[in-house]
Ligand binder design. Structure first.
Ligand SMILES: [Zn+2]
Length: 52
């Protein structure tokens, strides 16, 4: 029995994202070409727009 080919390879790629963004992207800053991530319920720390 030779198991040289890994069978489970694409199964763990869906849940291995440790770099998950902590919330929502500020639409106001995004319109200006900036990607600012805001915690849902908080205000944007750049333009102070409340993001849900
Ligand atoms: Zn903003």
């Amino acid at each position: 029995m030779t198991n040289s080919t890994p069978t489970v390879r694409s199964g763990s790629s869906a849940n291995s994202r440790s770099t998950k963004m902590p919330g929502v992207r500020c639409p106001n800053c995004y319109a200006k070409g900036q990607e600012v991530w805001v915690i849902p319920g908080k205000s944007c720390h750049v333009c102070h727009t409340p993001c849900a």
